[in-house]
Design a protein around this ligand. Sequence first.
Ligand code: ADP
Ligand code: MG
Length: 383
Amino acid sequence: MSQSPQIGSSGAIKPIDTQSIHRITSGQVVVDLQTAVKELVENSLDAQAKSIEVRFHNYGLKSIEVIDNGSGIKADDYDGIALKHYTSKLTSFEDLSTVLTFGFRGEALSSLCALSNGISVVTATAAETPKGTVLEMDRNGKIQSKGKTARTRGTTIIIKELFKPLPVRRKELERNVKREFGKALNLLYAYALVPCAKADKGIRLTVTNQPDGGRKTLQLKTDGSPSTRASVTALWGPKALDNVVELDLTFQMETEKAVLRRQSTGDGDSPTTICVRGLISKFSPSCGRATTDRQFFFINGRPFSPPKIQKAFNEVYRSFNANQSPFIVADFVIPTHTCDINVSPDKRTIFLHSEANLIQALKVCPWNRHHVSLKLLIALCSF
Ligand code: ADP
Ligand code: MG
């Protein structure tokens, strides 16, 4: 039997230094290129921006720049923005179940500082414009330098050389940068389709990339119309709406017993109403797509990737159109207490308390051929 390796030189248990801890936990918030971009875009959305521009330099390897025309950051908040758990959005644990902003953990900017070669912030509030402030932050989220510049209301955040302090992760990103860039774009498509296209707020989203030594190219652009259909046209052209119908389902979901036992409210045993809104390919042959490449899911307007729900959608769809996959934009509108967005630091995993029941209800309720709901019947008849 070989001896187990020694821990440290003496094998004694010692606390990890705070800088290392910061880097380890930051690595859970910003796991890849797409989460880095997502955090910046979400901050712009939380700041009520009407226009957001994302500029990748060399696919994000050199820098990622997000420019918005939102509220700007107040001078009093400068010192706190990139410190761990400093947030303007949540003050107590109770707020968590009702949080409506995308951010609430106060970790993104501090993590991005720890995991990059520094970030620059240029910001101006309505009171300060046309003057703005430039802040250079170091890896600890502390302000290194402060200066003045011309700036209309809003905020620009530039992340330089993501993952530079983590050589292995940096190498990995360099090696797979095209694929990672593709994933980031796909997530930006999701933001264009729902968060930037809500009925009450149309947000212009522009994404460009400038390869090293090459020309800047437009990757995607929406015109700020408050409609998902308008975003689809802006992203893929008007033909992308051919053979696409409205998705509008409402069904009841029983809360799972284990969840009921956990909840001490007592009133949790009544079924929950779930609505699913969006767009889907018509169900007849040749109306779908060859692959599952354009399938986007949301919970209360927040993009998420639910493999089991996606599988259920494809199964239902294939019972009508056996050889194809649908284009899907599906926003699950559910009460905030039935899901938990605080499962993973990157907030990409959303825990649905009664997911199995939800999938069961989704499969049998309005889709079933023998039990077709009126709304779906209209959709089916509009082939
Ligand atoms: P969180 O979003 O969870 O609050 P972040 O680390 O993402 O944490 O951001 C920290 C704080 O910085 C935010 O709470 C907000 O006050 C401010 N902030 C960051 N980005 C912007 C922006 N684009 N516009 C206005 N304020 C911003
Ligand atoms: Mg945030």
